[in-house]
Design a protein around this ligand. Structure first.
Ligand code: FEO
Ligand code: CA
Ligand code: CA
Ligand code: CA
Length: 612
């Protein structure tokens, strides 16, 4: 229904302009500071950061390529808490002294003697730069945020022991030489987005894990679908960890080719131990992280929980960020009770995949063994099979292939669920559908839905498109009143491409983070804020050169905002790298140091709510 009076505007700041400078830009009246860059010592013997830091040092230092993040207050404080953040991946050339002078592009590893293998300490350092950091931080008297030495400080890495829980635990799919019972594995990798649970723990997503492995399958002995459908390569893994010179089990496991008598004697199943959501209790430093298999196996971008209600199931949403992949939700079998709720709620329940119908309605399709054809006749033999092969099962049910589902968020005011669809250059005119309306979708969009009767456990919903990226032409933004596809175009205050990180604050401001390679006319990757009531969108922050903005969390009083700057300077070409001409030197601006992924703290100079 039309509203008689426009709602009050949520966004009180003046939009910042696009920027191509090697710096952070925030609105007038705001300030920022950089904390915990890659290599900051947080635990153990507190090894000082340098490019000469060893693989063991790295296990006590903040990891690389900061991504999803959440602030866990200590006793409700807004000045003291645990900052928990993911480290998605690495740029080996920026990590090793041995890379100097070589022509290495983004992702390249320093040259090594193929007869000997990759230097063991380089491989160890790279694996230990992955995972999650738990860092206690506090606001000092002078207003700055400092790392606090604390027993909570912890690094979780690509080598940390993890438990497998849920229906896949103990199944034949996850038996390995490391865990012949199929109950455990080592490490978490490519942790992109994250999400806090309603009971105070942290979920880290495993996104582009497939490329870390290899399966040297042959035509006569092809890779199983649980490898092939996810893109496990037949050549070397992305950093060649399986080529480590010492041939030790912790590195050789990245070669998932069959090379033993059975699954219990080799690592053919190692990739099946990845692609999950990992639960970590930041307040229990001795706890073993748990891979919650009931939430499905895919390229998890992140997770967002719906608000919980006593006596109702717990519901969470997760996107699979790859071209033409799907959006999922999990509904727990058990119900929420504030006094007893814990991660075991995530071990039993129903995983659904979304179908977005052309008429603006949608359906959640259950991924349940034995139902809707997910049985032996169609190649599915157990619930573990359905979950290990989540993508294949979702294909079978006819889910809607999306333009790379990234982060989700829930509007606390009305329960609307928002998901970013970052881009999809490969969608053809024939593949266009109402929910993914643009062929060669370079700039992405944000889809939104309301579950039937505002019940997050419902199996049907109504959806619309909240925002289309781009500079003009087809760009646009909707409001809560209803989408007008000919409505407001994006303009100088808010032009954006490739929305990725997404968060809705307690006042319903929609924070949108860019991960875009397109700089003209968008400038460096930025963070914008939308008011879903009025449709206003304003650019709040711009990052340094060749970065993406990701990760977002606030203190409970909303006076301090934390975001991450990931991979600054990643566009440095091989020739520029060899010559020492990095396109960014943020944040150190020291010619002896590479650019470093870091967390940025932002506050309003008058002490007000950030974004107000
Ligand atoms: Fe790791 Fe989909 O961004
Ligand atoms: Ca992302
Ligand atoms: Ca992205
Ligand atoms: Ca990224």
């Amino acid at each position: 229904p039309p509203v008689e009076q426009p709602p009050a505007e949520l966004l009180g700041f003046k939009a910042v302009s696009v920027s191509s400078a090697d710096q952070i830009v925030v609105p007038e009246g705001y300030s920022h500071a950089v904390i915990i860059p890659w290599g900051t010592p947080i635990s153990g013997a507190l090894p000082a950061f340098s490019l000469a830091s060893t693989g063991e040092d790295q296990a006590d230092q903040v990891g690389n390529h900061h991504d999803g993040m959440h602030f866990y207050p200590i006793d409700g404080s807004s000045t003291d808490g645990l900052l928990v953040l993911n480290h998605e991946y690495i740029e080996p050339r920026f990590m090793h002294l041995s890379a100097a002078g070589q022509s290495l592009g983004s992702g390249g590893v320093p040259a090594f003697d193929a007869q000997v293998g990759r230097p063991v300490d380089e491989v160890l350092k790279e694996i230990n730069a992955h995972g999650v950091s738990i860092v206690r931080i506090a606001k000092a008297q002078d207003g700055s945020w400092e790392v606090v030495q604390s027993p909570f400080n912890r690094r979780i890495t690509g080598l940390t022991r993890m438990e497998l829980t849920g229906p896949v635990r103990g199944s034949d799919f996850v038996k390995t030489l490391y865990s012949p019972q199929g109950t455990a594995t080592r490490g978490t990798l490519n942790n992109c987005g994250s999400g806090p649970t309603p009971w105070g723990t942290y979920m880290a997503a495993e996104e582009n894990w497939a490329g870390y492995f290899r399966n040297g399958a042959t035509e006569t002995n092809p890779a199983p679908r649980e490898h092939a459908r996810y893109g496990v390569p037949s050549a070397n893994g992305r950093y060649g960890w399986e080529l480590a010179a010492d041939g030790s089990d912790r590195f050789v496991r990245f070669d998932a080719s069959e090379n033993g008598a059975s699954a219990e004697t080799d690592y053919r199943n190692e990739p099946n131990c990845f692609g999950w959501m990992v639960e970590i209790d930041p307040f229990d430093p001795d706890s073993t992280p748990k891979k919650r298999t009931a939430l499905g196996r895919f390229g998890h971008e992140g997770v967002v929980f719906a608000p919980v209600t006593e006596g109702q199931p717990v519901v969470c949403y997760s996107g699979d960020d790859s071209r033409f992949e799907y959006i999922y939700k999990f509904v727990s079998a058990g119900t929420y009770n504030a006094a007893t709720a814990d991660g075991s709620l995530l071990d039993e329940g129903t995983l659904y995949v979304a179908r977005f119908n052309e008429d603006g309605t949608g359906t959640w399709l259950p991924l349940v063994y034995g139902e809707n054809g997910l049985h032996e006749d169609n190649g599915f033999y157990s619930q573990a099979d359905v979950l290990v092969n989540t993508r294949t099962a979702a294909d079978f049910l006819g889910a809607t292939p999306m333009d790379r589902p990234e982060w989700g968020a829930v509007d606390p005011a009305n329960g609307d669920v928002y998901f970013t669809l970052t881009n999809n250059s490969r969608r053809t005119e024939e593949q266009v559908n109402a929910a993914n309306p643009r062929a060669a979708n370079l700039h992405g969009h944000i889809i939104r839905w309301a579950e039937q009767d505002a019940n997050h456990a419902a199996t049907s919903f109504e959806w619309d498109i909240f925002l289309k990226g781009g500079d003009s032409g087809e760009s646009g933004v909707a409001t809560n009143i209803g989408y007008d596809p000919k409505g407001d175009r994006l303009d100088a205050d808010n032009v954006l491409s490739s929305p990725d990180g997404l968060w809705i604050d307690p006042d319903s401001r929609v924070w949108i983070q860019m991960d875009s390679g397109a700089t003209d006319p968008f400038g460096n990757c930025a963070m914008l804020v939308a008011d879903p009531n009025t449709g206003t969108v304003k650019r709040f922050l711009v990052g340094p050169i060749s970065n993406e903005i990701t990760g977002i969390t606030m203190t409970p009083d909303q006076r301090t905002l934390f975001i991450n700057v990931q991979h600054p300077g990643s566009g440095t070409s091989g020739a520029e790298f060899a010559a020492g001409n990095y396109v960014s030197r943020w944040p150190d601006f020291d010619d002896s140091l590479p650019p470093r992924s870091s967390t940025v703290v932002i506050w309003k100079d008058d002490g007000g709510v950030v974004g107000s």
